[in-house]
Design a protein around this ligand. Structure first.
Ligand SMILES: NC(=O)c1ccc[n+]([C@@H]2O[C@H](COP(=O)([O-])OP(=O)(O)OC[C@H]3O[C@@H](n4cnc5c(N)ncnc54)[C@H](OP(=O)(O)O)[C@@H]3O)[C@@H](O)[C@H]2O)c1
Length: 248
């Protein structure tokens, strides 16, 4: 598995957790999340698959401190990261006129600025030794398709997509940068939005293919990191089972 690590944010739940579990068969992992109990459980499962695992519990609302915290972690463990997978995300559901600037900042910090700050650290030779080769950022089909009453979330995901395109230009040919744009998946973030999680709830995915699982996302990310995707950079991969197509 080599000596370098894959850094995964949002590894304590949902798509990030599924990706960590899948990649633990072939990669060493640095796992970031907030819920230390869930993060430790994911770490133990990954270690059982043979991965070396470093836990990185850190609240990404403190985006301004995320680069320094990651720098300290890498230094403490003598580790480098060859891949950065950003899954961490949060939302707030309110019409724009009822949102508050402070909450918008929290959404932007977790979804967007934490990625820029950690990437900035990973691109510094004295921090990461030039090890970075792959970046996958998690946007959403909401970045272009919109989502009712989630203005800051949609905007943050638009920013993530644009960041991915900018960095694909900036970092080629050494680093490949791709963006995934998932449709709707039944994970914690959705349950925090809608109390009613029944199949008929308003968020039930209107997909053309049968509803997807977080493992479907994990397999796409594994492909993007692989040699099979060696000529892909600056791509936006919609993982939505055709959800964005209208039914007429
Ligand atoms: N589910 C969907 O329908 C859907 C659709 C499109 C895009 N996405 C995007 O996919 C990504 C993964 O979401 P998911 O569906 O897997 O949801 P999830 O199960 O709720 O996972 C979200 C992850 O983000 C982490 N996170 C949230 N706030 C954080 C903070 N302040 N600091 C550090 N970590 C934080 C959570 O950590 P803790 O649990 O430890 O707090 C958790 O690991 C998100 O970026 C989301 O926006 C999801």
């Amino acid at each position: 598995m080599g000596d370098t690590f894959t850094l995964i944010t949002g590894a304590s739940s949902g798509m990030g957790e599924a990706t960590a579990r899948l990649l633990s068969e072939s990669r060493n992992l640095i796992l970031n999340g907030r819920d230390e109990e869930r993060l430790a459980a994911v770490g133990e499962a990954c270690a059982r698959n043979g991965a070396r695992v470093i836990l990185f519990p850190f609240d990404l609302e403190r985006a301004d401190a995320a680069g320094a915290a990651l720098t300290d972690l890498l230094g403490k463990h003598g580790a480098t990261a060859d891949a950065f997978l950003h899954f961490a995300g949060m939302t707030e559901v309110l019409p724009l006129a009822r949102t508050r600037y402070a909450v918008g900042l929290r959404v932007m910090n977790v979804n967007y600025f934490s990625a820029t700050e950690m990437l900035s650290a990973l691109l510094k030779k004295k921090v990461n030794g030039g090890a970075l080769r792959n970046v996958v950022l998690t946007s959403s089909i909401a970045a272009t398709g919109g989502k009712l009453y989630q203005p800051h979330y949609c905007a943050s995901k638009g920013a993530v997509t644009a960041l991915g395109m900018a960095l694909a230009c900036e970092l080629a040919p050494r680093v490949r940068v791709n963006v995934i744009a998932p449709g709707s998946f039944r994970t914690r973030i959705v349950q925090t939005v809608f109390a009613d999680a029944s199949p008929d709830a308003p968020w039930a995915p209107d997909t053309r293919l049968p509803p997807g699982t977080v493992e479907d996302v994990a397999r796409v990310v594994r492909f993007l990191l692989s040699e099979d995707a060696a000529y892909l950079t600056g791509q936006i991969i919609n993982i939505d089972g055709g959800e964005r197509f209208p039914h007429f």
